[in-house]
Design a protein around this ligand. Structure first.
Ligand SMILES: Cc1ncc(COP(=O)(O)O)c(C=O)c1O
Length: 378
């Protein structure tokens, strides 16, 4: 008998992760592969997190603390909020998923924009929720009035998803845009639409006019902030992220969360890395140096790029190199360098480059410059 699949699952295009190092080594018989494809911390995990994780292994036969008490306490202190305003997730991806499951019915809608982080659309579609995608200009900026118009006219809009800065573009919206947005939202259906602001890359931000998460939270009561330990804290493999919002928003989400969604090892690893401020500073500095390196390199090669506030940079490779983003990606793979094509976001000309260590950046830049027209193939 044919199994029945809901149309929204049948038509779902799953998330496309960065190509793994081991797979590339096998495929191309390479000894060393450099992965600049998933916006990970090239320094690895914090040494303090590694120590804490080693210790926690002794208790792997026990279930984790389902409430995440200690990590939540540490986060509450770090952020100046109540523990009851925090929800922990198996990566912030899970928090996105829980938010949609908690507040949307199939047939409802969310708003985001073209070129936004893909999980908003995917997590929504999984639950039969439609996505309204705003158009963006050539600098990936969406229009506040257009957003408010959609929020006002589509009664079924329950959540607005915006990343600041955005992945894969690295672009951001300013405090004045956020003010305009929150003012407008508070006048629509009693301020009941949830504003989900994704700050996965906040620790890397250098722009002074990018509103900080605490400020963002204070402007509009139904705001939720997503944060993660996958980026500057170097724990992408451990899967820990969290959401911060009002007690009411979190209370409902906690009912939907699976009881042991964050592992015991992840809980202690995240707590230790939160306390390792030296490691965070070092990572931030390395990233700033790496971003400057890539800006200079891309400028030298005549490859346009979008200034980034994250730990990655989006390069418009097609015109300068004469090949599409996926083609450049494949050519670099053969040389042992993994970048990230973003054709699946609707941008076949672009390639996203995560910032690596200084050595990794140099090797990767060499692979890229080897593809410039007029260069001899090696
Ligand atoms: C904007 C943004 N949000 C959320 C995530 C998900 O992070 P995680 O689930 O690892 O916490 C990512 C990962 O790349 C991201 O770029």
């Amino acid at each position: 008998m044919m199994i029945q699949v809901p149309e929204y699952i049948r038509s779902l295009v799953p998330y496309l992760p960065g190509k793994p190092i081991e797979e590339t080594q096998r495929e191309f018989r390479l000894k060393r592969v450099i992965k600049l494809a998933s916006n990970e911390n090239p320094l690895g995990p914090s040494p303090k997190a590694k120590l804490a994780i080693k210790k926690a292994i002794q208790s792997l036969h026990r279930y984790p603390d389902g409430s995440g008490f200690h990590l939540k306490q540490a986060l509450a202190f770090h952020l100046g909020v109540q523990s009851s305003q925090i929800i922990l997730g198996n990566g912030s991806n899970e928090v996105i998923d829980i938010l949609v499951r908690t507040y949307c019915l199939p047939g409802d809608a969310v708003i985001t924009h073209r070129g936004a982080f893909q999980c908003y659309k995917i997590c929504s579609q999984i639950h039969g929720v439609n996505t309204i995608e705003l158009e963006v200009d050539q600098n990936f900026q969406w229009n506040v009035d257009e957003l408010l118009f959609h929020a006002q006219t589509h009664e079924d809009v329950k959540i607005i998803f915006l990343a600041n800065p955005n992945n894969p573009t690295g672009t951001y919206f300013s405090a004045s845009v956020l003010n305009q947005l929150t003012e407008g939202l508070s006048r629509i259906r009693g301020g009941s639409i949830i504003l989900a602001l994704d700050y996965a890359y906040w620790e890397y931000v250098r722009a002074k006019d990018l509103p900080d998460p605490a400020k963002a939270l204070s402007l509009y009561p139904n705001t939720i902030i997503f944060r993660t330990f996958s980026k500057i804290y170097g724990l992408a493999g451990l899967r820990v992220g969290y959401g911060v919002a009002s007690q009411e928003v979190i209370f409902n989400m906690e009912k939907v969360r699976q009881p042991f969604n964050v592992s015991s090892v992840a809980l202690v690893g995240a707590e230790a890395s939160l306390r390792d401020t030296t490691f965070v500073k070092k990572s931030r500095l390395l990233n700033a140096t790496g971003l400057k390196f890539w800006e200079k390199t891309l400028t030298r090669l005549g490859i346009p790029f979008w200034p980034s506030q994250g730990n990655f940079i989006l390069a418009d490779v097609a015109k300068a190199i004469g090949r599409s983003g996926p083609e450049v990606f494949h050519e670099c793979l053969k040389k042992g360098v993994i970048f990230r094509p973003i054709a699946n976001y609707g941008y076949p000309d672009a390639l996203r480059i995560s910032v690596g260590t200084n050595e990794e950046n140099l090797i990767a830049a060499k692979a890229l410059s080897g593809l410039m027209p007029g260069r001899k193939k090696r």
